[in-house]
Design a protein around this ligand. Structure first.
Ligand code: ZN
Length: 131
């Protein structure tokens, strides 16, 4: 999204490492979804399937309803474009795959239009949680 350039001073090596780790895991999950016929969609307005990736503090502050300590700020969370909830539904019925890979998701009822995945457990430890 170009934030690595615009907010270069906020992008630490640790965040980069977190994001690399997250992307590997999310790609593993998407590969499994693809095998069952679920394709990640691109948003026609942006040309990418990523609705929100890394959020520097200034960006996170401007996101309505974003958590103050959002995992998006540390490169540990991603929102994927999911207008019909197809990916959300697939993840809900494949929580074992998420557990094997090491991903957690926000409950689809809280993420209408996108699928939030993260590489750290929420405080509850639940694979699927309410933000
Ligand atoms: Zn998110």
């Amino acid at each position: 999204m170009g934030r690595d350039v615009e907010f270069k001073k906020d992008l630490t090596d640790e965040i980069k490492k977190n994001a690399d780790d997250l992307i590997v895991k999310v790609n593993q999950l998407l590969l499994r979804a693809k095998v069952s016929g679920i394709e990640c969609e691109c948003n026609p307005d942006t040309g990418t399937s990523v609705s929100s990736g890394w959020r520097p503090p200034a960006v996170n502050k401007a996101v309505p309803g974003a958590a103050i300590r959002s995992n998006h700020m540390t490169g540990k969370a991603i929102d994927l474009y999911d207008p019909e909830g197809v990916l959300d539904n697939w993840c809900m019925s494949h929580q074992g795959a998420m557990a094997e890979i090491g991903l957690w998701m926000e409950h689809p009822s809280a993420t209408k239009g996108w699928c939030h995945l993260q590489s750290v457990p929420p405080r509850s430890g639940n694979r699927v949680f309410y933000p």
